[in-house]
Design a protein around this ligand. Structure first.
Ligand SMILES: Cc1cc2nc3c(=O)[nH]c(=O)nc-3n(C[C@H](O)[C@H](O)[C@H](O)COP(=O)(O)OP(=O)(O)OC[C@H]3O[C@@H](n4cnc5c(N)ncnc54)[C@H](O)[C@@H]3O)c2cc1C
Length: 692
């Protein structure tokens, strides 16, 4: 008889324990076990904070799957889809081809993903803390910031480099805050320009207590010890945005810091999202024995599963402890099924909680006993040393830890060249992206929001001279000309940018001719060049308010929910052919004119009939690109003219103010041009009389 084929998707606590238990119970002639994981190693998450804090090496916290699981076929391939109806998985074979494989039983153990997208700007400016790469990059960042602080001559800049913000005070937040604090403070003796007192480590937490999972007495102990070690606790405080400067808090304060670590926010893995099975807040619902509800040969375990624990009839916690037990008990249930024996429900009494808080201190709750301080720390290290998957790893980590007690932590780091990178950046309204006179470091493309271009004049204050919106770019002039910025750029609304480092920009611009030509055209066209040739008009428009050109709002205002058919009718009835689209709060969301209509139709034409459905019922929110460019009543007519010149458009919506983007009217290019010509005629000196 052919051996039964069991496919495991995942390479974490649950998957490894499942495969190990199953292999120990069934011979290779009875069962083939194939384990698919994106990485070829298992990450031991409880030690990630130690990797970030340089107290152990990264390889000690990552165990190679094939060495841990003899007798299991380990494949470093990402599973793309599980087809429960045909009992097949589809995976990427690493050469760009999708391969299908039949299984007799499949075990979904793909964990959860980190999701920084829950707070604006976190994806762009914060470090996640979930996979090994996060811990390694964070360690590099911490040491890089110490080097930058050493080089900084401005005390406030030095302070910024030495400020570390950790969002979330659950286990991982507390552990990583403790490790960062320990690494930076214990290393200050190797630097000349800063001392321990200059270091700021802040822990931001939305609740009134850190470590909500542990007993109140232990939490209190942890808080006091961490505060004594110099960590600032910001409790009952939420991070609402992250920017290049730091973190904005819900009380409007800006917490400055060069390093932000976000330990909150999880997302369901895409493969689980795609499974059409019963779920609870995204996690796969299982029967008590851990089979996926409604399935006979598909199982779900670990963080991706919603399993009721028969011990207390509560959902099992998403922790390593539970994942391991689920792996073991699910494997035993598969064996029972193959032997036609009855299965057993998942039942587990948690052994306790352990959390290291830095400075050789920890809190522990083991089998109902509460321990804190140095003894708890020794227990923490002992338990995790014992829990490590192989003896070689235990010895490695044990040696690293002993080294850490006796010798200073390693401060070497690889200096990555940021000028070669392409990154994202998020700015809040009012933040400066760069200032006039600064050296150009990046080329920026606006992905969302608007920025304003400001220029200092020797005689007057800084003035807004143009606005740029989605799809526009800036920084190219200074980079191409190898000179400082001639204008400042400030975020007008919340802005998300794609930024390309100067070296990478030069490489693309020099090797890709169409891109270079586009940039050169951008530098020489547009409002900047126009005003250089017409300085009198510029001065005139600077003094003119937008209100004096204001046309009333169109009679009919559309919403995001307006259907395509209704929008066409409204355009036909509009005398000017220009309409505004509002969001649910009556703020300007987009604009629509006849030109947009043709573009929408062209876009619809290239989608298949099944995908697009009945086009007349499509809503504007599905068809239009939002965040069109607009000006505010407080802007000058110069800004409106510049925006129209830069975008080759003839009209613009006008909103109440930058902070309140509800539309109040329209401004048209022809009206501005007419006024300009009238003023120029008035200011012309009278022609000299020619004697006849
Ligand atoms: C920083 C940190 C500290 C923690 N500390 C503790 C602690 O002290 N104690 C504790 O009990 N718990 C702790 N946890 C929680 C614990 O790590 C998780 O609960 C546990 O890892 C869940 O195990 P899992 O097997 O379900 O998922 P994971 O361990 O996350 O493993 C999921 C695996 O699936 C793989 N995968 C995902 N999608 C695919 C795909 N499509 N194809 C192939 N492979 C895929 C991934 O690569 C990964 O190997 C911590 C977590 C973190 C992030």
């Amino acid at each position: 008889m052919n051996p039964v084929r069991v496919v495991v998707v995942g390479g974490g606590f649950a998957a490894v324990q499942f495969a190990k238990t199953l292999r120990s119970k069934l011979r290779a002639s009875e069962c083939d076990i194939l384990l698919f994981s994106r990485e070829n190693h298992m990450v031991f998450h409880p030690l990630l904070a130690d990797v970030a804090g340089a107290s152990i090496n990264a390889d000690a916290a990552a165990a190679p799957l094939r060495q841990m699981l003899p007798g299991v076929e380990c494949r470093t391939e990402r599973v793309q889809r599980i087809d429960l109806s045909s009992s097949e998985i589809e995976f990427d074979d690493g050469n760009g081809a999708l391969t299908r494989l039949h299984y007799d039983h499949v075990v979904v153990a793909c964990g959860a993903e980190s999701n920084l997208g829950i707070i604006p700007g976190m994806t762009d400016h914060a470090f996640a803390f979930k996979v090994m790469r996060d811990a390694i990059e964070l360690r590099q960042q911490i040491v890089r910031q110490m080097e930058s602080a050493e080089a900084a001559t401005d005390p406030s800049l030095r302070r910024w480099h030495l400020s570390f913000i950790i969002v979330g005070a659950g286990f991982s937040g507390v552990e990583v805050a403790g490790e960062i604090n320990e690494l930076v403070r214990s290393s200050t003796r190797f630097y000349r320009n800063f001392r321990k007192e200059d270091v700021i480590v802040s822990l931001v937490h939305s609740q009134d207590q850190i470590l909500p999972e542990v007993a109140p007495k232990l939490r209190e102990f942890a808080r006091k010890k961490m505060e004594k070690a110099g960590i600032t606790m910001l409790l009952n405080t939420r991070a609402v945005a992250a920017t290049h400067e730091g973190v904005e808090l819900n009380d409007k304060r800006m917490l400055a810091g060069a390093t932000v670590v976000c330990t909150i926010g999880t997302a369901i893995s895409p493969i689980v999202q795609a499974l059409d099975v019963p779920k609870e807040r995204g996690r796969i619902r299982t029967t008590p024995e851990m089979r996926i509800e409604g399935q006979t040969n598909a199982w779900a375990i670990g963080d991706c599963a919603y399993i009721i624990n028969a011990f207390d009839n509560k959902p099992a916690a998403p922790t390593g402890q539970f994942a391991e037990r689920q792996g073991r008990q699910a494997a035993l249930n598969v064996v029972r099924i193959l032997k036609a024996e009855p299965t057993q429900p998942f039942r587990f009494k948690a052994l306790g909680q352990l959390c290291s808080i830095g400075g050789y201190q920890a809190v522990a709750e083991m089998l109902g006993v509460h321990i804190s301080g140095f003894v708890a720390w020794l227990l923490w290290r002992g338990v995790y040393l014992f829990k490590l998957p192989t003896w070689s790893r235990r010895i490695k980590v044990g040696l690293d830890w002993s080294w850490d007690v006796l010798f200073p932590r390693d401060l070497s780091f690889l200096n990555t060249d940021t000028t070669q990178q392409a990154t994202h950046a998020y700015y809040r309204p009012g933040d400066f992206i760069h200032r006039q006179g600064e050296l150009a470091r990046v080329f920026s493309i606006i992905e969302e929001g608007q920025v304003e271009v400001l220029q200092n004049s020797p005689t007057a204050d800084t003035k807004v001279v143009a606005v740029l919106g989605q799809g526009d770019f800036f920084g190219e002039g200074a980079l191409l000309g190898n000179r400082p910025h001639e204008t400042s750029i400030r975020a007008r609304s919340a802005v998300r940018l794609r930024q390309v480092g100067s070296a990478l920009f030069s490489q693309i611009a020099s090797s890709f001719t169409p891109f270079r030509e586009l940039l050169v055209r951008a530098v020489t066209r547009g409002s900047g060049d126009f005003w250089r040739r017409l300085p009198i008009s510029k001065a005139m428009l600077e003094g003119e308010s937008i209100a004096s050109f204001l046309d009333p709002l169109p009679a009919q205002l559309l919403t995001k929910e307006t259907t395509f058919a209704d929008a066409i009718n409204a355009l036909n009835e509009s005398p000017t052919g220009t309409l505004l689209v509002l969001d649910e709060k009556q703020r300007l969301w987009g604009t629509l004119d006849r030109g947009d209509l043709y573009q929408i139709i062209a876009r619809i034409a290239v989608t298949s009939a099944e995908t697009r459905g009945d086009i007349t019922h499509l809503k504007l929110s599905d068809l239009l690109i939002p965040n069109s460019i607009y000006v505010a009543l407080e802007d000058s007519a110069l800004v409106a003219s510049a925006a129209m010149l830069d975008h080759a458009i003839t009209w613009l919506p006008v909103v109440k103010s930058k902070a309140d983007p509800r539309p109040v009217g329209l401004i048209r290019g022809e009206k501005i041009s007419k006024r300009m010509i009238e003023r120029m005629a008035q200011s012309q000196p009278p022609r000299a009389q020619v004697a006849s």
